[in-house]
Each structure stands twice: as C-alpha cells, then as structure tokens.
Design a protein around this ligand. Structure first.
Ligand code: ADP
Length: 266
C-alpha cells in the first residue's frame, strides 16, 4: 500500500472536487462518460461506508452545450447566464447518474459571503451534515450567476478546501486533467516530473514552475496547492489525481495509480 491508497482507505469523510477540464471533452462540451464514471466510483466508495461531498465545476461548459451559443462572449453577464443555464444541466446529469444507484443529490450554491459569515457557515455545515447523514450526496458549486469579482471565491479548489474544513473531512480529493503536481507544467514540458508526496508547501513552491491558467479552469495548479495549504491548517490531507482516467479513485485506492498527496501536516 502506498500513502495515497492508505489515505483514501482510512478516510471516512471525503470531499471530491471535479475540475472543468475533467468534465469537458476536446470540443468544450461535457464529457458525460467521465461524469458517469466518477459517479459510479462515488457509489462504490459509499458502499464501502464512506461519506462523500462533491464540489463540481462545469456549469459554464454545460451551459455552452445546452444553448449552443455565447461560448465566445467574454461579457460577464453572458458568462453568468451560461452558468445559470449550465448549472441545471449539470445537476440533471448528477441526478440521473446517482439515481441509477438510488442515491439522491442535493445542490448547494455558495458565495464568498457565505463562507465569511459565521451564522451562514453554521447553516451550511448543518445542512451538509444532515444531507450526508441521510445518505444524500451534496453537490456544491460557486453561485456563479451572483458572484462578480469582488465577492467571488474565484475557483472551486479554494471552495472545496473550505468545505473540507467546515465539514471536518478526513481527506480532500481534487480531480484535474493531470496526474498530480509536477516540477513544471506537464502540458508544455515533456520532461516534467511528477511529485508524489508533498509535506512542505513553501518548499514545493520554491522548487516548481507554475504555468498559465487554463481556458476553462480558473485556478490552474497554484489554487490547488493553496487549497492543500488551507486544508493542511486543519490537518486534512489533499490528494490530486487525474480525473480523466477511468476508475482513477478506485485505482488509487488499490495502489495501481498514483498522483500527488499533500500529507496534511504543516
Ligand atoms: P481544473 O479545471 O481541473 O481545475 P486547471 O486547468 O485549473 O484544472 O489546472 C490544472 C492545470 O495546471 C494542468 O492542466 C496543467 O497544465 C497546469 N499546470 C501548470 N503548472 C503545473 C505543474 N507544475 N504541475 C501540474 N500542473 C501544472
């Protein structure tokens, strides 16, 4: 058993974050096979007595797929309109796929203000505990249609870290389109080397190159590393895996696939 499989195996409460790049295909539409496979894996984890909260990006790309226009419009109001449309599509897909296993989903759309207000945070926490205790899988996203720059969390990596902290999760799994953190951007540099274990985040940042932000994802690798820092303040480990690979969480659990694990200690 390696450290990643050990962390997943020993975690009962797991937050799983799915990036836009994972859910989009080459043409920028939603990759339903990938989403279906992730839901199937979550069902397997639940059968193994684990509790799961999902944080899912992808409303924007679902919106483009649904309405088939505005994909190139840069104006904020159109982006927000696309997210409003796509969020429904996204949840319909989750509802359908989880429904195959008799599992209900519950949607929560959060903004930065929700996480800054103690009273609201407590309500979110109570709602999450109730949903999970009742066997429902919460699917959380940033409320993009009301979030303009000043009040934005900005990326779901940070949101998933806050959710992991306030739910007292045992682990945060971030699914992206790369195998983990590399010493340089693996998309542009063929000689990039995977870093499988990180215990000192500051040292990591001194040692690696961080490329450009992606066209769909808003965060890039930097926000994933900062998410790892946020959860490490609560002693929670974070695992970065390639969500585009079929059965990735199951394979990581059985030690057949690897990624990057941030050990959760400061
Ligand atoms: P997501 O949509 O899954 O949140 P992002 O596109 O925001 O994903 O961030 C992941 C991307 O970060 C990768 O596809 C990769 O090209 C880029 N990246 C830049 N530097 C690195 C690095 N040192 N290690 C890993 N990925 C990196």
């Amino acid at each position: 058993m390696n450290l990643i499989s050990e962390v997943i195996d020993q975690s009962r409460k797991i937050v799983i974050k799915i990036g836009s790049n994972v859910l989009s295909d080459d043409r920028g539409a939603v990759n339903r096979d990938v989403l279906h496979n992730i839901v199937e894996q979550v069902n397997t984890l639940i059968k193994e007595d684990k509790q799961i909260i999902m944080v899912s990006s992808g409303a924007g790309i679902c919106g483009v797929g649904a309405i088939n226009k505005w994909s190139r419009r840069g104006d904020m109001n159109y982006k927000q309109a696309l997210c409003a449309i796509g969020q429904v599509e996204l949840m319909m897909a989750y509802k359908e796929y989880f429904g195959d296993y008799g599992i209900h989903v519950g949607q929560m759309l959060l903004t930065k203000g929700d996480l800054q207000d103690t009273h609201r945070t407590l309500n979110i926490r109570n709602a999450l505990f109730t949903l999970v205790d009742e066997g429902v899988v919460p699917v959380i996203n940033e409320n993009d249609s009301v979030s303009v720059d000043e009040i934005k969390i900005g990326d779901n990596d940070t949101l998933s870290a806050h959710v992991a902290n306030l739910w007292n999760a045992d682990a945060l799994i971030v699914l992206s389109d790369i195998d983990g953190v590399y010493n340089k951007d693996p998309k542009t540099r063929q000689d990039a080397e995977l870093i499988e274990q990180v215990s000192d985040i500051d040292r990591l940042l001194e040692e690696i190159d961080i490329g450009e932000k992606s066209s769909f994802g808003t965060g890039g690798i930097a926000t994933k590393i900062e998410a790892a820092r946020l959860v490490s303040q609560y002693g929670i480990p974070m695992i970065l895996l390639n969500g585009k690979k079929s059965d990735i969480i199951k394979q990581a659990l059985s030690g057949q696939e690897t990624g990057t694990v941030f050990t959760g200690r400061q």
